[in-house]
Design a protein around this ligand. Structure first.
Ligand code: HEC
Ligand code: HEC
Length: 253
C-alpha cells in the first residue's frame, strides 16, 4: 500500500515535469516565431525579445564565429578579421538587419547574394585589378609615396613632399579615391575601409603594414551561413553581435 502511494507520487511528479517542459518548449517556439516575424531593427527596443535572442545568439556565436572573430568579438588584425565590438563598420552601420544580411550570405563567400562589390587591388602586379583594368601598377617610388600619403591621412607625422606626391596618385592614376573616397574616409556601401582613423583591418597601421596592403591587395572572406544555421539562429546571432557594440553607455551605431 505504502509502496503504491510512492509510485503514484512519483508518477504525478513526472507528469508535472513533462507538462512543465512542454509549456517551456511552447513558450520558446512562440518567442522564436515572434523573433523571426519581427522587423530586425525593432528587436533591440523589445527587451524580452532581445533577452531571448542574445541568450541563444551567444551560443551560436561561440560555436560558429568566435573561432575567427575571437571569444569577445575583438577580431584579429593579423588575419584581417574585423573587430565587432567597436562602432567602425566595413559594411553598413551595425544595424541588426545589416549584420543579419552578412551572416546569411557572407562577404566574398561565393554566395550570389554575398557582399562582393570591391576588392583591394594588388598594386605591384602587372595589372593591379581584374575588375579595374585601367589602373596601372605602382612603381616602387609610387608605392612608397602613396603609403606616406595614407600615413598623413590619420594626422600622423609624414614626409610632406612624399605625401603630396602620394596624394596625387591616390586621387589620380592610382584610382584609390574611387573606393576609399577622395578624403580617404572609406565607403561602407562597398566595404572599403576608412583610412583616416586609427582602426586597421590588416596589421598595425605601421608604414610596413600599409605598404603590404597596397602592394599585395586583400580579399577578406566571411562565410555565408544560409542553409547551415536556421533563420532564427541567424537573427539570434545578429542580435547578439549588435549588443557587442551597443553596450550600455556606448554611442555610435
Ligand atoms: C576597387 C576598390 C579599391 C581601390 C581602387 C583601392 N582600394 Fe584599398 N581597399 C579596398 C577594399 C575593399 C579594402 C578592404 C579589403 C578587405 O576587406 O579584405 C581595402 C583595403 C585597403 C587598405 C587596408 C586598410 C586597413 O584597414 O587595414 C589600405 C591601406 C588600402 N586599401 C589603401 C589603398 C590605396 C592606397 C589605394 C590606391 C593605391 C587603394 N587602397 C585602392 C578597395 C579598394
Ligand atoms: C573563417 C573566419 C570567419 C568566420 C567563421 C566568421 N567570420 Fe565574420 N568576417 C570574417 C572576415 C575575414 C570578415 C571581413 C571581410 C572583409 O574583409 O570584408 C568578416 C566580417 C564580418 C562582419 C562585418 C563587420 C563589419 O565591420 O562590417 C560581420 C558582422 C561578421 N563578420 C559576423 C560574423 C558572424 C556573426 C559569424 C558567425 C555566424 C562570422 N562572422 C563568422 C571572418 C569570419
Amino acid at each position: 500500500m505504502k509502496v503504491d502511494l510512492n509510485w503514484r507520487w512519483l508518477g504525478g511528479g513526472a507528469t508535472i515535469l513533462l507538462i512543465g517542459f512542454a509549456v517551456f518548449l511552447a513558450i520558446r517556439s512562440e518567442t522564436e516565431a515572434r523573433l523571426v516575424r519581427a522587423d530586425p531593427d525593432a528587436v533591440p527596443a523589445d527587451t524580452s525579445l532581445m533577452r531571448f535572442a542574445t541568450a541563444h545568439g551567444k551560443s551560436v556565436y561561440d560555436g560558429h564565429c568566435a573561432g575567427c572573430h575571437g571569444e569577445t568579438g575583438t577580431g584579429d588584425p593579423a588575419r584581417g578579421i574585423p573587430n565587432l565590438t567597436d562602432a567602425d563598420w566595413l559594411y553598413g552601420s551595425g544595424m541588426v538587419s545589416e549584420i543579419e544580411k552578412i551572416v546569411f550570405y557572407g562577404i566574398r563567400s561565393h554566395n550570389p547574394k554575398a557582399w562582393n562589390l570591391a576588392v583591394m587591388p594588388a598594386y605591384t602586379r602587372p595589372l593591379p585589378s581584374k575588375t579595374e583594368p585601367n589602373i596601372p601598377p605602382l612603381t616602387p617610388q609610387g608605392l612608397s609615396d602613396v603609403t606616406e600619403f595614407v600615413v598623413s591621412l590619420g594626422g600622423r607625422p609624414a614626409d610632406a613632399a612624399a605625401a603630396k606626391r602620394g596624394g596625387l596618385l591616390f586621387n589620380g592614376q592610382g584610382g584609390c579615391y574611387d573606393c576609399h573616397l577622395p578624403d580617404g574616409s572609406g565607403d561602407t556601401a562597398i566595404g572599403a575601409p576608412n583610412l583616416t582613423d586609427s582602426i586597421w583591418l590588416y596589421g598595425d597601421g605601421s608604414r610596413e603594414s600599409i605598404m603590404r596592403s597596397i602592394a599585395k591587395g586583400h580579399e577578406g572572406v566571411c562565410p555565408a551561413w544560409v542553409g547551415k544555421l536556421t533563420p532564427a539562429e541567424i537573427r539570434e546571432v545578429a542580435a547578439y553581435v549588435y549588443t557587442l557594440s551597443h553596450q550600455a553607455g556606448q554611442t555610435g551605431s
